[in-house]
Design a protein around this ligand. Structure first.
Ligand code: B16
Ligand code: MG
Length: 214
């Protein structure tokens, strides 16, 4: 029986992936690395440092830890600049209403994002109060696909993992949810979220009736 819903942020609530992409591409260009939108799929859900390492792998480049820290900080400064302009109407259509409906039906709701900037995004979308539980990249030691982030969110809500369902758009996130012993609704295409228990094209397409029998 499902008692709690845990939402990823980027790709599930809002398209911050676009801002990440523009910032990473700006850095990749400076480094002379060709980084495409298709490559960007691999960065979804994984940490900032892992994202940089994937870009360096694509460019077949090696760097010292201190240089990688410098570059990741540089990218983040651009990303932070871009998300200052995130407006409430950038939330995916129907998502706020869908979450409100679930809460009214008695489900507990948390947000679990790998991003260290998740608080800023929620604040700019004006949906901070929507979530009873909140875990971001500052609060975890291991990034998705490690289940830590979702286990922490469930613990905050006081709900056992087997009673939780996670909404995820990234392969690493689906793997993390399943590794946590939770159910997973994949948002997007089977190519990215094929391992999820159910797939919806958009987050708001999910209906509470879909949980019957889980
Ligand atoms: P930051 P999510 C993730 O957010 C993004 O999907 C991923 O592309 C990004 O690298 C990660 O946050 C870290 O973000 O650099 O802001 O700490 O999908 O877990 O909400
Ligand atoms: Mg995501």
């Amino acid at each position: 029986m499902i008692k709690a819903l845990i939402f990823d942020l980027d790709g599930v609530i809002v398209d911050t992936a676009h801002y990440h992409f523009v910032a990473w591409q700006r850095l990749a260009r400076e480094l002379g690395i060709d980084f495409t939108e298709k490559d960007n799929e691999r960065l979804k859900g994984v940490s900032r440092m892992r994202s940089l390492e994937i870009i360096l792998e694509i460019g077949n480049r090696q760097m010292s830890e201190s240089e990688k820290e410098r570059l990741a900080t540089r990218k983040n400064a651009w990303f932070v600049e871009y998300i200052q302009n995130v407006k409430p109407d950038e939330i995916f259509p129907g998502v706020k209403e869908m979450i409100q409906t679930c809460k009214a039906a008695g489900f507990r709701v948390a947000l679990a994002s790998s991003s260290k900037n998740a608080r800023t995004v929620l604040r700019n979308l004006k949906v901070e109060d929507l979530f009873e539980g909140f875990v971001d990249g500052n609060m975890i030691t291991h990034s998705k696909p490690n289940p830590e982030i979702f286990l922490k969110a469930a613990a905050q809500l006081g709900v056992e993992p087997q009673h939780c369902v996670v909404f995820e758009d990234a392969e690493a996130g689906v793997e993390a949810a399943l590794a946590a012993g939770m159910k997973c609704v994949g948002v997007g295409s089977p190519e990215n979220v094929g391992k999820a228990n159910q797939i919806v094209k958009n987050t708001a397409d999910f209906k509470l009736a879909d949980l019957a029998g889980w």
